[in-house]
Design a protein around this ligand. Structure first.
Ligand SMILES: C[S@@+](CC[C@H](N)C(=O)[O-])C[C@H]1O[C@@H](n2cnc3c(N)ncnc32)[C@H](O)[C@@H]1O
Length: 278
């Protein structure tokens, strides 16, 4: 693995932060080497300084995109942590269904959900499966289910809806895999009925969120952990602006809104927590 010098690391720390909001420090040399090192060969750079110069001078942004793909942690799996999906099933969705039906019983009911850092799409397809199971008259509903991520490669895999055996077996039982996926060679492809429910796009949660509708439910899980306190504040403020009044926010198990925003009310249900926009 190609070694990064302290001087080169000093250049990459603010650069990665500028591109993604991800906070690195001098102790992360190994992480930078293991993630960006392979790019040196792919992009024919002799060292990290050259990679930086190439990225800054590349008008096509192709190098910058490769750096973002390589440096982001895309760890995810179907039904990750289980409790958020139970919360959705047993509290947030039933409350939403009651609210919508009481407000305008004659109209076509609507539901909009956004996975704000969806990585390779497992979170979004898990939600789609929950909706299929929980809403018996789903064909009557107007459902918007979107996922966004800063990594092009992650969004591309999410859009394809193709997963390896290891990926589908992480979080799903065989019956579920059979119900919602078709095996194609050594890959499992999300069935069209599920794929048709979801849309993916590229987006940076720390830049103005353009062209998105307001959502009833937003999941922003396991992304704020990589950001500074200042950027977490920016992200949650943008997310609050993107929620409908009373909308629900779900964050990661190791994340908290404490000291970052006062726009949400914490709600506890059984042993889980979500946040309602005030
Ligand atoms: C660990 S994954 C979490 C995926 C999923 N939400 C979950 O909990 O399983 C974090 C994702 O955040 C994305 N990410 C990092 N910085 C981002 C930013 N500034 N804007 C949008 N997405 C970002 C990464 O590309 C990565 O896919």
């Amino acid at each position: 693995m190609r070694k990064i010098t302290p001087g080169e690391l000093k250049i990459f720390i603010p650069y990665v932060n500028l591109l993604t909001g991800i906070v690195l420090d001098q102790s992360k040399a190994y992480l930078v080497e293991s993630r960006l090192g392979p790019l040196l060969d792919t992009l024919q750079c002799e060292n990290y300084s050259q990679l930086y110069t190439k990225a800054r001078s590349d008008a096509s942004k192709r190098v910058e995109k490769s750096i973002i793909d390589a440096i982001t942690t895309n760890e995810t799996y179907f039904f990750r942590d289980k409790t958020p999906f139970d919360l959705l099933k047993f509290k947030i969705l039933p409350d939403h269904i009651d609210k919508v039906k009481a407000a305008s019983p004659a109209l076509r009911p609507t539901l909009s959900i956004w996975s704000a850092a969806c990585s390779t799409g497992q979170e979004v397809y898990s939600i789609a499966m929950v909706l299929k199971e929980m809403i018996p008259d789903i064909s009557r509903w107007q459902i918007t289910l979107m996922g966004a991520d800063i990594s092009d490669a992650a969004v591309q895999q999410a859009s394809m809806g193709r997963y390896s055996k290891v990926e589908v077996e992480r979080g799903m039982a065989p019956a579920q895999i059979q119900k919602y996926f078709n095996q194609e060679g050594n890959q499992w492809k999300v069935k069209d009925e599920l794929r048709a429910m979801v849309q993916f796009s590229k987006g940076n949660l720390l830049q103005p969120l353009m062209g998105l509708p307001k959502f009833d439910i937003i999941l922003a899980r396991n992304v704020a952990i990589y950001f500074s306190m200042e950027n977490r504040k920016i992200m949650y403020s943008q997310i609050a602006n993107q929620l409908k009044p009373g909308g629900a926010l779900m964050i990661g198990a190791s994340e908290s809104l404490m000291g970052l925003t006062d726009r949400f009310e914490q709600k506890n249900y059984m042993s889980s927590t979500f946040y309602a926009l005030k």
